[in-house]
Structure formats: C-alpha cells, structure tokens
Design a binder for this molecule. Structure first.
Ligand SMILES: C[S@@+](CC[C@H](N)C(=O)[O-])C[C@H]1O[C@@H](n2cnc3c(N)ncnc32)[C@H](O)[C@@H]1O
Length: 198
C-alpha cells in the first residue's frame, strides 16, 4: 500500500473520508446537529481541521509514544485521531458532540483496523484521568467553553502533555515547553505545548 506522509494506512483513511463525506453537505449537518444543543454555544461547532502533516509534527512535539493515550477534544472528522493512532501507535480517542463525525470516525477505524475510539460526548464532561496527551484545537471556542476545558487539567497525571491551538493555557499545573506556528485548514496558527507538573 502506498504511504501518505510515511504512514501506510493513512491513505486508506483519507480515501474513506472522501468517500463518506462526498455525499454529505457538512454545513447542514453542523447546523442540524449543533443548533439543538442549546446548552453549548453554537459558534463552538464551526468547521476547522488539522491537516495530517501538521498533526504528525504536533504529535512528535507532544512526545507521543506507542501505547500512550491520546485525546482530541472536539475531534471533528478525526484526522488528528488517525494521525496519532497510525503514525505513533497511540491509543487515540476522539470526542465530539456531532453524530456524523463520530459515526464515520468509527466506521473508518473499523474498516482500517485502526486503534481509534470515537465518543459522542460533551468534552467538558469527559473523564481524562488516563490521558497522556490532550489536544485541543480551541481557537474558535467561546471563553466559557475554554474555561470549562481548563478544569480537565486537574484530572491529568504529572508528565502528561496538554497541547492547544491558538490559545495559551494559563493553569498553575502547566509548564510551557514549546510553541510553534503550524498550518491549519483556516490558516497559520500558534500551537502551545505544556507538561503537567508533579
Ligand atoms: C475546530 S474543530 C476541531 C477539529 C479537530 N480537533 C481537528 O483538529 O481536526 C472543533 C470541534 O469541536 C467540536 N465541539 C464543540 N463543542 C464541543 C463539545 N462541547 N463537546 C464535544 N465536541 C465539541 C465541534 O463539533 C468541532 O468538530
């Protein structure tokens, strides 16, 4: 099988994504599935995605290792989840509130035999005690959502990493160790890397 960015199964994932999403008008799904969730700000459901080449480099800087538990909070179509699972051998988990993403994510994971899990859950309520790396592409999230997300840091073990896009995380338990600019589907954005302190 030809490899995409040096990761053999990624081309199969990408082909299946094209196949499944070709028949969907995503803005309509986002509106129909996100609008009724009146307890969450609708602007949180805006589409945006981490390309594979950016995702693989972010995982490397997050020091993601084989067998570690990786969470993408607000995973969308799951490109970052597949990059972590297939590129690094991580146990990758994607969390999103929109059923279309979770349904297709699960189908693609099953069809490719990829160790990735997709949870239809509100990411502010998810348990992340076992996480080694948390990824949040959160520049579009409302301040209220961002503040709720930061509460999850209290669950993390020392040495685990918190990686966030476009927004610095201010928390007594976090120590910044890197920051880089990366290309996303919406343009260039700064990514901040933190380690959880003992
Ligand atoms: C900008 S997209 C990020 C996509 C993905 N992380 C990536 O980098 O490719 C943000 C995602 O967060 C999801 N989202 C927003 N609020 C959420 C919530 N409370 N719980 C779970 N997912 C949520 C949206 O549905 C959307 O898919």
């Amino acid at each position: 099988m030809p490899a995409l960015l040096g990761v053999p199964a990624l081309i199969k994932v990408e082909s299946l994504m094209w196949l499944f999403y070709f028949w969907r008008f995503l803005p309509l799904d986002i509106y129909l599935q996100g609008k009724p969730l009146s307890n969450r700000p609708f602007k949180d459901f805006r589409f945006g995605e981490t390309p594979y080449f950016t995702g693989l480099e972010i995982c490397r800087l997050a020091r993601l290792r084989k067998g570690e538990k990786f969470y993408d909070l607000g995973c969308g179509r799951g490109k970052m989840v597949f990059a972590a699972a297939l590129g690094f051998g991580a146990q990758a988990v994607g969390v999103d509130l929109l059923p279309t993403y979770i349904h297709f994510g699960e189908r693609i994971a099953n069809l490719t035999g990829c160790d990735a899990q997709f949870l239809l859950e509100d990411f502010t309520l998810v348990e992340v005690f076992e996480a080694d790396v948390i990824y949040v592409a959160g520049s579009i999230f409302s301040q209220e959502t961002w503040d709720e997300l930061l509460l999850l840091i209290e669950q993390l073990q020392p040495g685990s990493r918190w990686v966030c896009v476009g927004r610095q995380a201010e928390h007594a338990l976090l120590k910044a160790y890197d920051q880089r600019e990366f290309l996303f589907s919406w343009g260039y954005e700064m990514v901040y890397f933190y380690e959880v302190l003992v």
